[in-house]
Design a protein around this ligand. Structure first.
Ligand code: NAI
Ligand SMILES: N/C(=C\C=C\C(=O)O)C(=O)O
Length: 487
């Protein structure tokens, strides 16, 4: 518990109203290690109230035209954009990321999520086929599923929450969202904008709290037929078990162990800084971050030297410092987990070239109790090592050499995950060949994280089930019905 300073108190948002809760959780500022906020510790009763509100709002909201719903989303986008700086400061404080990143990535993308789905909802068409010999015409209609349960993680809090809320309500559903208990503030701030934008009461309800209490109550509720989840694989497994008795529709966006494959003909001027960014952006806490770097033998030493030099330039500092590239990790427990992986690598005989345990981390006095660590590069590590197999989700990346195209594809595919890969080469044929052979939902060649929101986003193998994007999210948040007309 905190001392006597006033804490930010969040409330649930149900049926268009802010409601206090019986119990609260402490929420920490990761850059100082101090409690600064209290988050409702909701459970079954709060979910029941949210379901009642969402149920009552559904007939009116789903009956509105796509154009009317689109207008509401556009107003929401405008309001969020007008408050961009305020949201960026809050996201940074709550999550530990730099304000610069929140200002240039998280909040602009949240605005874009509303604008994007406000537009894409206007352009869907349905199928129709003729069966003249039988005197029949068949067509499909799509209808909103009902009440959608949306569970989001702590790494890109508003970015990923709005990526779910926007398509769900654009398609005519009502929603109950549960943000991560570690990062609830911007979701709570968004509720104030929902009212101003004219989102009717009950269309968006937000219940705060932990996964085991309020998350499970939401997933288990029989009146919530669709669950969209982003987070870890073990939690996805639990959600799948709880949903099974109700045959719920599930979208699961999970982790990665993403390879970067760097061929000898890669343009290192672009490849090195982009691979530093793909490894360490947002403290390495993005499911798309690179954590295994395979470099062709002929350029291995040159790459490693340049990569370590560039990593050492990646400044760790207070999230408010405009010259910092990396802020604090999300929690003490997470920091300890990430550090443990570096220890394991060392114990297995790997070499740590920079960062954790090698370089000195210098922080302003006010941040010394925060959850910071230096970006860390590991080499001389076996593919079977835990650091090369498991999702670390922090600023740690491993660099290893390879000989041939065939060999590297096999090694890149040898993990349980299949989310995102990068391929670096100036040989167009090779780029296509390798991209096609990788077991990965996303492949970026000669770049990273350039997003086209229309196209499918999601992973293979243990990285998830389903895809998100204009058409994919629309299909997920609607049910199709085939109608046959005999004439
Ligand atoms: N997108 C991604 O790939 C993410 C991956 N992770 C991975 O997961 C690891 C653990 O992080 P966590 O915060 O524990 O992730 P998590 O998967 O437990 O949390 C994500 C969301 O699920 C909720 N949740 C947790 N247990 C639940 C349950 N039983 N029923 C319903 N909802 C539940 C959480 O409250 C949060 O809102 C990280 O170290 C990282 O490796 C974490 C966040 C995002
Ligand atoms: N799902 C995640 C990132 C998504 C990024 C995007 O849609 O651009 C994650 O890090 O969990």
């Amino acid at each position: 518990m905190a001392g006597t300073r006033a804490l930010l108190m969040l409330e649930n948002f149900v049926d268009g109203k802010f409601l206090p809760c019986d119990s609260y959780l402490d929420s920490y500022d990761p850059s100082t290690g101090e409690v600064y906020c209290r988050v409702p510790d909701s459970g079954k009763a709060e979910v029941a109230a949210a379901v009642a509100a969402a149920r009552a709002a559904f007939p009116g909201w789903s009956a509105r035209s796509p154009q009317e719903r689109s207008q509401v989303l556009l107003r929401l986008a405008d309001l969020l954009e007008q408050s961009l700086e305020e949201f960026a400061v809050a996201e940074s404080r709550d999550q530990g990321k730099t304000i610069t990143l929140a200002r240039t990535l998280d909040i602009p993308r949240s605005v874009q999520n509303f604008r994007f789905f406000a537009s894409s909802i206007l352009h869907h068409t349905s199928e129709c086929t003729q069966m003249d010999h039988a005197g029949c015409l068949h067509y499909t209609v799509r209808e909103p599923v009902g009440i959608a349960g949306l569970i989001s993680p702590w790494n890109l809090p508003l970015y990923l929450l709005t990526w779910k809320i926007a398509p769900a309500i654009a398609a005519g559903n009502t929603v109950i969202a549960k943000p991560s208990e570690l990062t609830s503030v911007t979701a709570w701030m968004l509720c104030q904008l929902l009212q101003k934008a004219g989102v009717p009461p009950g269309v968006v309800n937000i219940v705060f709290g932990t996964g085991p209490r309020v998350g499970e109550a939401l997933v288990s509720h029989p009146e919530v037929p669709v669950i969209s989840f982003t987070g870890s694989q073990p939690t996805a497994e639990r959600i799948t078990q709880l949903s099974a008795p109700h045959c719920k529709k599930l979208s699961l966006e999970l982790g990665g162990k993403n390879p970067a494959i760097i061929f000898e003909d890669a343009n290192l001027e672009e490849c090195v800084p982009t691979t530093v960014r793909s490894s360490f952006a947002n403290q390495g806490e993005i499911c798309l971050c690179t954590s295994r770097i395979f470099v062709q033998k002929s350029i291995y030493s040159e790459f490693l030297k340049k990569f370590v030099e560039a990593t050492r330039m990646w400044k760790v500092g207070s999230p408010t410092d405009p010259s910092a590239s990396m802020g604090a990790l999300i929690s003490k427990a997470h920091l300890e987990k990430v550090r443990r992986y570096v220890k394991i690598a060392r114990a297995e005989g790997a070499r740590v070239l920079c960062g954790e345990g090698v370089d000195r981390l210098s922080l302003p006095p006010g941040n010394r109790a925060g959850y910071f660590m230096l970006p860390t590069v590991i080499t001389d590590i076996k593919d079977e090592s835990r650091c090369m197999k498991e999702e670390i989700f922090g600023p740690v990346t491993c660099v290893v050499p390879f000989d041939s195209e065939e060999e590297v594809v096999k090694r890149a595919n040898s993990v349980q995950y299949g989310l995102a890969a990068t391929v670096w080469s100036s040989n167009v044929g090779r780029v296509h060949r390798v991209a096609k052979k990788l077991q990965s939902g996303l492949v970026w060649t000669n770049c990273w994280l350039i997003r086209e929101l229309n196209l499918p986003f999601g992973g293979m193998k243990s990285s998830g089930v389903g895809r998100e994007g204009a058409k994919d999210s629309y299909e997920f948040f609607t049910e199709s019905k085939t109608i046959t007309i005999k004439h």
